[in-house]
Design a protein around this ligand. Structure first.
Ligand code: NI
Length: 173
């Protein structure tokens, strides 16, 4: 396994729409394992492949608390097949937008169909933090960031901050 570099705002690759995997083969499993290691190291509770610059519809999630046993989820080609009318607000953050947190409203529950690490079809009904995490990560696969759910003013303010920081570091944009 390997810890991969995480790309950050305003890297334009974060806006790419990721492509489905044709199957969960050894290469995809290695990507999942590396992503889990990268996520635990960060630390974070979810990571989409595009955050490590791979435009594939793959993500990893583990919302277990520190004192609990790890519950890693390896997910390929996820699809939200149902979402609840009821909404929930969570304070979200993102490993690609470090040290920025804001409340985001999303459906409280979602049902997600995906392929697991063995390539088997799974369907899970998620609520609470897991539901928010699935929605946040699936957004990444469509080039959507959690700041897109905020007001334009907030989004522009945080984007400017990261553009400026990148410029100071001398990154190309
Ligand atoms: Ni994120």
């Amino acid at each position: 396994m390997a810890i991969l570099p995480i790309i950050e705002l305003p890297d334009p690759r974060l806006r790419l729409v990721s492509q489905p995997v044709s199957e969960v083969d050894a290469e995809v499993r290695k990507l999942m394992d590396d992503m889990l290691e990268t996520m635990y190291d960060a630390p974070g509770i979810g990571l989409a492949a595009i955050q490590v610059a791979v435009a594939k519809r793959v993500l990893v999630i583990d919302v277990a608390k520190e004192e609990e046993e790890p519950r890693p989820l390896c997910v390929a080609n996820p699809e939200i097949v149902w979402s609840s009318e009821e909404k929930n607000v969570y304070q979200e953050g993102c490993l690609s937008i470090p040290e920025y947190y804001e409340d985001v409203e999303r459906p409280e529950k979602v049902r997600v169909r995906y392929l697991d690490r063995d390539g088997k079809v799974q369907e899970i009904e998620a609520d609470g933090l897991l539901s928010t995490c699935f929605q946040h990560e699936i957004d990444h696969l469509n080039g959507v960031l959690f700041i897109d759910h905020l007001s334009r003013l907030k989004r522009e303010r945080v984007t400017k901050k990261f553009v400026k920081a990148a410029r100071l570091r001398g990154d190309d944009e």
